[in-house]
Design a protein around this ligand. Structure first.
Ligand code: MN
Length: 244
């Protein structure tokens, strides 16, 4: 199983969740929201596991924590994964949008200067602004758009730019989310939980809940759930190949 976007450090008992991921052999992209959380989160992961820790600066925190960009730059050589980063144009965060954009652009430049990273990118209320920023930094690496809700045109534009999409059970609980997922090219889609923020019903999604998107994907793609499993594994391999 694969969970391409999970906040392992924000679960009530991170060590327990990590141990369960290891026992189940789940590939997890463990994202963080501030650079100062990176080392502690990376330390949760035992050697030889399938969990990778990403260095992040979440757009909702980017303005208040922009001083952590110095730390971001210092830690960047330690990982090939960056996230959660991006832009948030929703009403609560719109007033910091200028600062968010400055931080995100700096992060993209740092990733490009480092030879390219794999990024998990937030874009709530900012789909076009995120795609504009990415299109100016194509050498920043592989872009995985997390929970990307956009028009058919925005999705087509992202796909043309070579972006990947990570989608989770929470996304499928809204009509706009379902329509976005159905419009994504099938060879670009990977599962995510966004736990513990992403929910399955009333419960925070665990990394292995990411796989609950499979039946819906089977419906959209008109293939069997087993074919979806295989396609996801192929997509994951293709992403890993692009990283090297
Ligand atoms: Mn998240």
């Amino acid at each position: 199983m694969i969970d391409l976007h999970c906040h392992l450090d924000l679960f009530p008992e991170p060590a327990v969740t990590v141990a369960r991921c290891v026992a189940r052999g789940v590939y997890v992209l463990s994202v963080t929201t501030v650079p100062s959380a990176f080392e502690g989160t990376a330390a949760l992961v035992p050697a030889g596991s399938r969990i990778r820790t990403a260095l992040g600066l979440h757009p909702e925190l980017a303005a208040a924590r922009s001083h952590e960009l110095v730390l971001f730059e210092r830690l960047l050589p330690r990982t090939r994964y960056v996230g959660e980063v991006g832009l948030d144009g929703s009403r609560e965060h719109r007033q910091s949008f200028g600062k968010q954009r400055a931080v995100f652009n700096t992060i993209l430049q740092l990733c490009r200067n480092a030879g390219g990273k794999t990024l998990s990118i937030h874009s709530r209320g900012a789909a076009t602004a995120v795609l504009d920023a990415l299109s100016l930094e194509p050498m920043a690496g592989q872009f995985v758009l997390h929970w990307f809700v956009g028009s058919t045109r925005q999705i087509a534009r992202a796909a043309e730019m070579g972006c990947w999409f990570s989608v989770g059970p929470s996304m499928l609980s809204s009509r706009a989310g379902r329509e976005s997922v159905a419009a994504m090219p099938a060879d670009r889609v990977l599962p995510e939980s966004d736990g513990p923020f992403g929910m399955v019903g009333e419960t925070p999604a665990t990394p292995w809940d990411a796989w609950k998107v499979v039946p819906s994907l089977a419906e959209y793609w008109r293939v069997s759930p087993r074919d979806v499993d295989e396609r996801i594994m192929r997509t994951f391999k293709a992403l890993l190949e692009r990283e090297s």
